[in-house]
Design a protein. Structure first.
Length: 257
């Protein structure tokens, strides 16, 4: 077992700064260390193991308060209770991350619509309701007005590939993503397939809602390729897209496990 490590050695090995190590000890995230007669901190291998665990928890977005609770379980020396707590925290963070994705995609759509509006009309005098400076001109457009696609990636589509764009408005986009999240709560597992992901649902999935959403999504995001399968494995949804859109597929429909 490694013993007698100085704080600089632990900092170099763990990736945490010496100041962070002192702070973690101060708040109880690290146990109080032993010291040399000269007063220098001395660490052992157990500290390095603990710091590796803390680093992993931070990587998963855990707060210091959450990590403090996790280290209490970790000190018990049994992985099971640690996994149980971490699994629960990760599940909550998945929901939070999906909500952030929804907000960012919606905000991106709003920005692109605003950019387009600012190019369409330039009044000679003061700002008006159509210039895009003080309000959203699209709010004043009649039903049936030209549909404008919102790009979902900064990279243009390759020649012959479908445009990675959505024709939903920013407001409708948020509602659509919420509908998908509600339906995907019925997913039992996700499997990787070539060019996408296959989501297998529990038996109680509302198939009519699934079919309605697939049809609506295909209408506004034509770069997606959908297939609903029903066989001895159960009801599943296969979603494929061009390579440049795989991140969009996983952000909306989940990552294969």
């Amino acid at each position: 077992m490694t013993t007698g490590l100085k704080i600089k050695e632990v900092a170099d090995a763990s990736g945490f700064t010496a100041a962070t190590l002192r702070y973690y000890e101060q708040i109880g995230l690290l146990p109080e260390t032993s010291r040399t007669p000269a007063g220098y901190r001395v660490y052992d291998q157990r500290t390095l193991d603990r710091l590796a665990f803390i680093a992993r928890a931070k990587q998963l977005g855990c707060s210091l308060d959450e990590i403090t609770g996790l280290t209490t379980a970790w000190d018990g020396g049994q992985c099971g209770p640690v996994q149980d707590q971490l699994r629960q925290l990760v599940a909550g963070k998945i929901v939070a991350a999906q909500n952030q994705v929804t907000e960012l995609v919606t905000f991106c759509a709003e920005l692109q619509q605003a950019a387009a509006a600012l190019e369409r009309h330039r009044p000679d005098g003061a700002c008006d309701t159509d210039c895009g400076c003080v309000s959203d001109p699209d709010d004043n457009e009649p039903v049936g007005a030209t549909i404008r696609a919102v790009s979902l990636t900064a990279k243009p589509a390759a020649a012959g590939e479908p445009t990675l764009a959505c024709t939903l408005s920013a407001g409708s986009m948020k509602g659509r993503i919420a509908d998908w999240q509600s339906l995907l709560a019925h997913v039992e597992r996700r499997e990787p397939i070539e060019g996408g992901v296959r989501s297998v649902f529990i038996p109680s999935v509302p198939i009519a809602d699934l079919m309605r959403l697939v049809a609506a999504e295909q209408d506004c995001c034509q770069f997606f390729r959908f297939a609903i399968t029903v066989d001895t494995r159960g009801v599943a949804l296969e979603v494929r897209a061009p390579d440049d859109a795989l991140e969009i597929v996983e952000s909306m429909f989940g990552t294969p496990s």
